[in-house]
Write a protein that binds this ligand. Structure first.
Ligand code: AMP
Ligand code: MN
Ligand code: MN
Ligand code: MN
Length: 277
């Protein structure tokens, strides 16, 4: 078993097709790949050329609201035709488009016109700030994506538009009603204090969460150990994934994340009673 349970295709803000992701997974020795696009399942609805011997796990990454924080919930093993799930995703996609319209308005004030026209010609289902960053780079307003976030799109930047996503509890309930496992994505990437992270993971478990990602691209060993401990303490499984978006980003690849410790592996999500891949 060599899984990668978190990555993105070009139907959200990844740069590659589902076929490319699967062939790259095979090249890298990954046995099970979950495609987990932001707020859409289009990658899982289209016909594939082939699976390259890799088991494809249907997934999704939902942006959610918890208190004042934005947190990300990965749903694994979801039934993509579930009406409640698709209703929730549709609402998120509409919300994403509305947010882009507000960002476009802000950018226009800073002499960057044409974001919506740029977005409309993309073949993607869920618009993200990452697409807006590409637009700013293409139109010469930012020298790279990093600086597009720093100058325009990031919190406190010129064209930042705050957003209210679906509540975390609604997202957990919806994932579970679509037969999926509810996984907290990259818990170390939120700006929680140590205490807040601990209490949040407790709340997540009490709200029906099934697992937390205890290893992902770029995690440091101290955080990994902490998350393995928090999973065990809160009776949660652990999940793993690269959060791969783009093959040009040489610091990440499909299947690349630090391996969980031997004790944490016993709690792995692929040993969960509702895992069936
Ligand atoms: P959104 O969900 O619309 O807020 O867009 C967030 C997406 O933008 C994330 O999923 C990342 O892929 C990407 N992103 C966020 N911050 C940065 C950054 N500083 N540089 C490059 N990409 C970023
Ligand atoms: Mn992304
Ligand atoms: Mn995320
Ligand atoms: Mn992601």
């Amino acid at each position: 078993m060599n899984p990668d349970l978190h990555c993105h295709s070009s139907f959200s803000d990844g740069n590659h097709s589902p076929d490319f992701l699967l062939s790259r997974a095979a090249e890298n020795g990954v046995t099970h790949l979950a495609i987990t696009d932001h707020d859409c399942t289009t990658a899982l609805e289209i016909p594939l050329v082939e699976h390259y011997g890799v088991t494809l796990i249907p997934g999704v990454e939902i942006s959610c609201q918890w208190e004042t924080w934005e947190v990300h919930l990965v749903g694994l093993g979801i039934e993509i035709n579930n009406p409640e799930l698709q209703n929730l995703l549709r609402e998120q996609q509409i919300a994403r488009k509305q947010r882009m319209e507000l960002i476009a308005e802000q950018l226009r004030k800073h002499d960057a016109d044409g974001l919506m026209e740029y977005l409309h010609q993309l073949p993607c289902t869920a618009y993200t700030r990452s697409h807006a960053a590409d637009f700013l780079v293409n139109s010469g307003k930012a020298k790279n994506k990093q600086s597009a976030f720093k100058k325009f799109l990031g919190k406190k930047a010129k064209a930042y538009v705050p957003f209210q996503w679906q509540s975390l509890t609604k997202a957990i309930t919806t994932i579970r009603s679509a037969a999926g496992l509810a996984v907290l994505a990259h818990p170390g990437r939120y700006s929680f204090s140590k205490r807040k992270l601990e209490s949040f993971i407790e709340v997540f478990s009490e709200s029906g969460g099934d697992a937390i990602e205890a290893s992902y691209g770029g995690i440091d060993p101290v955080m990994q150990k902490k998350l393995e401990g928090l999973a065990e303490r809160n009776c949660l499984s652990i999940s793993v994934g690269s959060d791969f978006h783009n093959a040009d980003a040489h610091w990440t690849d499909i299947g690349e994340y630090p391996r969980p410790s031997a004790t944490a592996i016993k709690n792995a999500i692929w040993n969960h009673p509702r895992w069936h891949f």
